[in-house]
Design a protein around this ligand. Sequence first.
Ligand code: SAH
Length: 520
Amino acid sequence: MAVPESEPGRVYLVGAGPGDPGLLTARALQLIASADVILYDRLIPAAALDGAREDALQLFVGKEGRGPSVPQEETEALLIGHARAGRTVVRLKGGDPFVFGRGGEEALAMRAAGIPFEVVPGITAGIAGAAYAGIPVTHRGISSAVALVTGHEDPEKDETAIDWAALAAFPGTLVFYMGVGRLAQIAEALIDAGRDASQPAAVVENGTLPGQRAVGGTLETIAEVARASEIRPPSITVVGPVAALAAELSWLPPRPLRGRTVAVTRARAQSSELARRLEAQGASVVQAPVIRVRALPGPPLDPSPYDLVCVTSANGVAPLFERLEAGGRDARSLSGARVAAIGPGTARALAERGIAADVVPDRFVAEALVEALAEVPVARALVARAREGRDVLPDALRARGAEVDVLALYETVPEALSPSALQTALNADYITFTSSSTVRYFLDAVAAGGQGTSDASGAGPGRPPWSAGTRVVSIGPVTSETLRAHGLEADVEAERHDIDGVLDALLADAASGASEPAVS
Ligand code: SAH
């Protein structure tokens, strides 16, 4: 730690934006990546913590559903305590920290405690949610002012802090945060106070998130429209003529997986790309990582004896370079060898290290790599792979007379799954298996997680542990075979054995109507 114990660390009050991880600021990402401690709320993008240091302390201090929240004083005490211990503390909040985020209170507490702090603004949900629904909160000739209003009032309070007469008379757009449950009262209060009942209004649920929905009406009808559409929090409500522009400016492309939940079982470190693509299609992703990749210790690698280096997974690239670097080498040490990648994901990971793979097969299984290498002369090959890898490639190269060294760079180990993540995955519309080990460890998690419950004891060969409506997506024949070995069958098998293939297969299945979205 660079900061001496006597000097307090800094507290960063950081806005995480409204939900779309693409709307996190560069500064937020940078601070998340360097923080010692991160205290976060519920309404932050799920992917916001992906870039956090592995050893960073991550504390949830938000409100769990309708349950109690961590008391504000406790959160402030944690901020002060960690900062006094010299740590860099990120206080991550949804949207903007100073817009209904109690950021001001926390800043005052830091000032009072003599803790240095910085504020990193975020994109606020009221403006972003409206924008993602095609509503500009100001528009020339229509609205030249915007008011951000909290629709959440302490029901215990006798006197409301909201001056309805002033709000009704406000010459511009009103954006209400919270208050979906109070929408009828809000609309009525505005109308009673003189706001035009025929004025356009819109509600945006899950703004900027994969499951975003927007409904429109007038101030008079909007509460009923929202109720009929079962609009839920988090939502913002826009009142004013600009709300009608959504009819012309709505721009989000149709999202074929909207309303569907998809469980991703691969390692957290690799799941973000698949999760991002699924979310872009509107799916709600359930992160249920059952495996984790762990680099194996080993001596520095000298690749000079090899004329072929095969990398059989993107997971192998970082540990491969660690072994090279341990011997003072870099990408140039591979210049004497041809480099083969099993698929485009691996090729991309190599490209990030400055290596353009010489051979990438069309299908991403070892057999295809063997075929792709048929014309490549090989005297001595290095196969860099997982400890538990298949022997198809080394055997085939040896059969051609090559000398082959197999270098186990990493292993796949099980990752514990929380009972709630497991349960959510088992009820998802789709469960994706992207390797044999995800199948094995997922079924292990089912067996362990369900111990003692009648459900799991009934799960065995031929009796799927997941819900009857859940469809199982396999990345390819090897993974499907592993399912079959457990008496289970994939409903969908990808034609291309990579993430694009999984996504295409899932989209085709959803389009075929084989699974119905839970909500529409
Ligand atoms: N500081 C946050 C607001 C916190 S108050 C910001 O600047 O955005 C929480 C309220 O914000 C929710 O009740 C809801 O009204 C709104 N909100 C947060 N995220 C939202 C989202 N993705 N879509 C719609 N409303 C959202």
